[in-house]
Design a protein around this ligand. Structure first.
Ligand code: AMP
Length: 315
């Protein structure tokens, strides 16, 4: 049986403008991006809420790809909506509007099967909801969470309380610096780690990512892409590749597995940004993921001097 991952987060209709074009009311949301990225590695169940206006085809898309949507409630009202735009610096989203809609009154209640999941991902959503979900779990082997500036500004106390209970924290550079009130990502990761998470992952968009374990930092380049169409959801796809890979191995505390998880996160994020909404991730298969993973790992590796001498001697 595959390992199981439970994700709680937003399921959204996004209106996005980038230098490559725009989309209106496209399928979005942190839990949606995460699920589509993680499903090639593990069984994924999604907990969230949508409104009566949520198109049936979007629910079908998730279901058809093997994602358990029995925890995706339909409430009376409108679906969560986010709109944003990206300037020339594709890494930083400018939020134009956030309409919580059905999320204002959402109170997640997990089924017995959902409570038993091995890995819990608390994707970007109200930190109070993230804590409510965590409190209902039986004892997952790994708990990870993500957030964004909206929640860092509006609910800093709830977020800090949550961080004391998670193993892995994901944030982008600006969010980590804002949350920790520190001027650079290394100092921010150190401060955040002191509040609880043993692994802190900081994403720097087109400049790659950092992982802090213990007091050591590991650095990762991005997969090089000449054009970024839409960065929305890259962080959630990153988390999907990262946690999906760890769940598929059932190993959560080994540095080498965590390094490979960073590379899988990088790969899923890179596919994500090559098209709008879920278009470039929804039909990805494991072979294409692994092909890019090996390509990335190959480009990252620097040969040792003795290996170079050995290969020249053999030539
Ligand atoms: P990312 O680009 O990985 O940070 O995630 C983008 C997704 O987050 C979009 O699809 C949005 O619908 C969703 N999102 C934006 N703002 C919020 C928020 N305040 N809470 C939860 N989800 C959000």
């Amino acid at each position: 049986m595959n390992a199981s991952i439970l994700v709680v987060g937003s399921v959204a209709l996004d209106t996005v403008k980038t230098s490559a074009g725009s989309v209106a009311d496209a399928l979005g949301g942190s839990a949606t991006y995460f699920s589509l990225a993680a499903r090639r590695f593990a069984d994924v169940s999604l907990v969230g809420v949508v409104g009566e206006d949520f198109p049936a085809e979007h629910r079908r898309l998730l279901k058809d790809r093997g994602i358990d949507v029995s925890g995706l409630e339909t409430a009376s009202g409108r679906t969560f909506r986010w709109s944003g735009r990206y300037g020339r610096d594709a890494g930083v989203a400018e939020t134009l509007a956030t309409h919580l809609n059905v999320f204002k009154t959402f109170r997640p209640k997990l089924s017995a099967a959902h409570r038993a999941a091995e890995v819990l991902f608390l994707a970007n959503i109200d930190p109070e909801l993230q804590s409510e979900v965590l409190a209902q779990m039986n004892g997952p082997k790994l708990v990870a969470c993500d957030t964004m500036n909206y929640w860092i500004s509006s609910k800093p106390k709830a977020l800090k309380e949550l961080l004391a209970k998670v193993d892995v924290f994901f944030a982008n550079e600006e969010e980590a610096e804002q949350l920790a009130d520190r001027p650079n990502p290394l100092q921010a990761a150190e401060a955040i780690a002191s509040w609880g998470p043993s692994v802190v992952v900081i994403k720097k968009g087109e400049h790659g990512s950092l992982m802090r374990i213990g007091s050591r930092f590991y650095i990762f380049p991005p997969f090089p892409l000449p054009e970024i169409v839409d960065p929305t959801g890259a962080g959630d796809s990153f988390a999907g590749g990262f946690l999906g890979y760890l769940a598929s191995c059932g190993v959560y505390d080994d540095v080498d597995h965590l390094k490979r998880a960073m590379a899988y996160g990088t790969v899923l994020a890179s596919f994500n940004v090559q098209d709008f909404s879920m278009k470039n991730v929804q039909d990805l298969d494991r072979d294409r993921i692994d092909e890019r993973f090996h390509d990335l790992v190959d480009r990252m590796s620097v040969p040792r001097a003795d290996e170079l001498l050995k290969s020249r001697a053999l030539a």
